[in-house]
Structure formats: C-alpha cells, structure tokens
Design a protein around this ligand. Structure first.
Ligand SMILES: Cc1cc2nc3c(=O)[nH]c(=O)nc-3n(C[C@H](O)[C@H](O)[C@H](O)COP(=O)(O)O)c2cc1C
Length: 460
C-alpha cells in the first residue's frame, strides 16, 4: 500500500537467488552430506527455500530453465547429473506465489519456443496471483536440445533468435497495455463491466508475429512484470538497454564487471532511458567459512565429487555444444571463437582460463562449480568487503547469488552475510513495498494509452 511503502534506497544492494530446477548450483551440490537430494520436484523444499529468502529480506527467487535435456544420447554420463529433473517454472512459481508474501518470483520463458500472447498472458496471471511479484527471465534459449522438442531439426541461428526476441518484446509490452488501470468499473447498477474506451486492441502485424489482442487480463499490479535479460552478446546487450529492468550476467573479475556495467548502462540513453532504470546483477558463488581456509576446504570437498568426464560433458553444454574431446585435457583452454548457440559464453570462459591460468581440465571443474561467474570464498567480513567493493566501485547494483548446495549455502548467506551487510547499511532490514518493482526501486510503468490521452489533454 502506498502509504506504507518506503522508497528503496539506491545506496543498498539488490539480491536475487539463482535456482536451477534441481535447486543446487554446484553440479555436485546434491551430494553434499547435508543437502536435500530430493528438492527438484518437491514443493515443501522450495517453500522452505523461498521462506528462508524472505527471512533474509532478499529481493527475488529466479528459476533458470531450458526446454530440453542436454546429453540424452549419453545416458551413462547423464546419470551423474541432477539437471534432468525439474519443475516447470510457471507452475512452481504459481504455487510459491500463494505460499510466500514478499519474495519476487522470476520465471524463465524462452522466446524461441513460445508465442508472445501465451507468454504475456502467463506473466500477467503470475503478477496478479502474486500481488505484483512476477518477473520474466527473457531468454532466447541457448540449448540446442530445445529445438528437437519443438518440431524443429536445428536450433535457430543466434541473430534470428534475437530478431524474433525484439519483436516478441514489443508484442508483449503492447499486450500488457491492453487495459488501462481503471478499465473495469464492474458496475452492477449499470451492468457495465468494462469501460470500452479503456480497452486497446493491439493489431500487431510484424515479421514474426500477427497478434490482435487484447490480453484477457486487467492491468497487473506492477503494470507489467519485471523484465530480466541475461544474454551478453551484442544483440543481447541492445535488447537489455532497450527494455530490461534487470540484467543477470557472469563476470569473473571486478575490472571486467565494472567495464561491462559502464558499457551496458551507456547504451541506454540512445533508447531514451536513464541508467537507474536497469539493475545490473552479476552472479556470485559464495563459500562462507570461519577462516579463509575453511571456506576453501568447503569448496574443494564439493569439487572432488565431480568425475572429470561428467564435468567435460556439462562444460560442453555451457559452451553451446562445442566438442571438447578433440583437445588435450591438461593443455591450455583452446581459444574457441563465437559459437552460434551461445555467442558470449566461449569468450568468457577463455578470459577466465587465461586470467586464472587454467587448463581445460581445471576450467571444466571450475565451470561445473560456478560457470563463468565470480566466486568468493572467505570469512563473513571478507565476503562483505568484496561485495561492498563491487557495489560501491560501480561494478554491480546487486548480486545474483548462486547457492552451491541447499539448504546450506542459502542459510549461510542469510544467517551470516545478510546481517553483516545490514550492519554496514548496505542492505534493507525490511521490505520497502509489496511489489517487486517497489523493492527494486523501479517505477511502475504507466500505461502507454493513458499517457497519450493525458498528453493530448495538456496539448488541447
Ligand atoms: C545468470 C544467467 C542466467 C541464465 N539463465 C538462462 C536460462 O535459465 N535459460 C537459458 O536458456 N539461458 C539462460 N542464460 C543464457 C542467456 O540467457 C543467453 O541465452 C546466453 O547467454 C546466450 O546469449 P548471448 O549469446 O546473447 O549471451 C542465462 C545466462 C546468465 C548469465
């Protein structure tokens, strides 16, 4: 409610939690002695995680997703991975929306494998169900296997996927403006449910889509869901600068993250947007210990549980399907050039391997622990110092936490790191508002038709 809502402070970090369908970020996370190995399709486990996030006043729970399973042709290697079992994000988040009160709920939905009407409708419903906490990880889909489940022989080319995604975004934005805020008087006396003046038919006809509209949903509590983008290629960054509210990104060093931050925010002016309208949140994998050595030991123990063949299999997927069997395991990571499936992924691993002087074997092990994301291991103070440095140094507006195993990594963060961030004034002690936008400090977008009508009134 407006009178109880305090403005979110720009001097405080925003925190998301990256949840794979199976919930553990580290590939061997499920094998940790205290990990839940059965959380993938277990709503009680997910409710516990979401409530822990709310206890820590975290901003949002994000479910990553793909629409095909990589490596089904190699069941032996696949048999070591928990990535095969997962909830479909919308249905899981719909359940969580009524089991939680504050946490933002971000579903991944692939623009290559759905239609804008379906997606816009589902997100509008999730925003209504959750009282304004929905968000969309707007991905084109970097997984070739998805194509085979959607009646296609091959994965759509990178450029074509983004071309479709750009138009997809326009249609979705248009559909969410179908009804103005006060379009439904629902007046029993006159019998008028709808004010027809406040309904707008989109009539979109473009290269990829033909959509009449309107959407069968009133304007949702946030106006529209929070739009998250994570593709870091040229077209990915353009799309982010034009429409995204949040950007997730993998940046392994402060300098790299700082340059990326300035670069993406610098693109926004050409779309008439201010840099404050986008929150850039690099991923970070955190290991908390009483000493730095203990934190390192926690990390190594998990790594030792991953067979190298399984790590290579999964690393190949992260690279968009590059065949790694032709390269020497203990040689330097080859300089893979751009790949049509995941344009920005191979170069980021090459950069990481060069900086940390890693072989192919070591990079594969590093990748299944934390992909090309930043990793921080240490005491609570060391971790808080690092997060503060990135935030105050212009490398991040917040962080996308990658819990290695659950519930332990999440509990460590919420019970130990959050209080330290709060003590430093870097993180909220209470939610500022009831919607995700309010908590992120992002304004509620106004309906384009209402704005146009008001502008016309001023002009006359
Ligand atoms: C933090 C993060 C989360 C992502 N989540 C997903 C996901 O859930 N599903 C997916 O298909 N791709 C996901 N991606 C991949 C990107 O959305 C994008 O498809 C990939 O980076 C390739 O696009 P690009 O070439 O523009 O970078 C994620 C990337 C990052 C950095």
């Amino acid at each position: 409610m407006a009178d109880r809502t305090r403005a979110a402070s720009p001097s405080q970090v925003k925190l998301a939690v990256f949840m794979h369908g199976n919930s553990n970020y580290h590939m061997a996370g499920w094998r940790h002695p205290d990990a839940y190995a059965d959380s993938a399709e277990n709503i009680e486990r997910w409710t516990e995680f979401a409530r822990t996030m709310e206890r820590g006043k975290l901003d949002m729970l994000f479910i990553a997703d793909s629409v095909g399973i990589y490596g089904v042709n190699n069941p032996e290697l696949l048999s070591y991975r928990d990535a095969i079992e997962k909830f479909e994000p919308f249905t899981a988040l719909a359940a969580l929306s009524v089991l939680t009160k504050n946490i933002g709920l971000i579903a991944t939905c692939h623009t290559t494998y759905t239609d804008p009407y379906t997606a816009a409708r589902m997100f509008a419903s999730l925003d209504q169900l959750s009282g304004g906490r929905a968000g969309w990880n707007f991905v084109t889909g970097g997984n070739r296997e998805g194509a085979l489940n959607y009646s296609r022989d091959s994965h759509m080319e990178h450029g074509d996927r983004y071309d479709r995604a750009e138009e997809f975004a326009d249609v979705a934005l248009g559909l969410w403006d179908s009804f103005e805020e006060d379009a439904f008087p629902r007046d029993k006396a006159s019998g008028r449910y709808l004010d027809p003046e406040k309904m707008h038919i989109l009539n979109h006809k473009g290269k990829h889509f033909s959509v009449k509209g309107p959407l069968s949903s009133a304007r949702s509590p946030q106006g529209r869901p929070v739009l998250v983008q994570a593709g870091a290629s040229e077209p990915g960054k353009q799309l982010t600068a034009r429409v995204a509210d949040v950007m997730f990104t993998a940046q392994a060093s402060f300098e790299q993250a700082q340059a990326f931050y300035a670069h993406v925010k610098g693109r926004m002016a050409s779309f008439g947007r201010s840099p404050d309208e986008l929150k850039i949140m690099p991923g970070v994998s955190i290991y908390v210990g009483r000493t730095a050595e203990e934190a390192e030991e926690k990390f190594q123990k998990l790594n030792d549980l991953v067979p190298i063949e399984v790590a290579l299999h999964s690393f190949s997927e992260m690279l968009g399907g590059i065949d790694l069997s032709v390269y020497p395991l203990d040689g330097p990571l080859p300089d893979f050039s751009g790949n049509s499936a995941r344009m920005s992924s191979p170069p980021s691993y090459v950069k990481l391997a060069r900086r940390e002087n890693l072989t192919l074997r070591q990079t594969a092990k590093r990748a299944v622990a934390g992909r090309a994301h930043w990793m921080v291991k240490g005491t609570v103070k060391q971790i808080a110092d690092e997060l503060e440095h990135w935030f105050k140094g212009g490398a991040a507006d917040g962080f996308n936490l990658l819990p290695a195993w659950l519930p332990g990594s999440l509990n460590d963060f919420v019970d130990q790191v959050v209080p330290e961030l709060q003590r430093r004034g870097l993180f909220r002690t209470e939610y500022e508002g009831s919607t995700l936008r309010e908590n992120l400090g992002l304004p509620k977008p106004r309906n384009a038709h209402t704005k146009a009508r008001e502008a016309e009134l001023v002009a006359t």
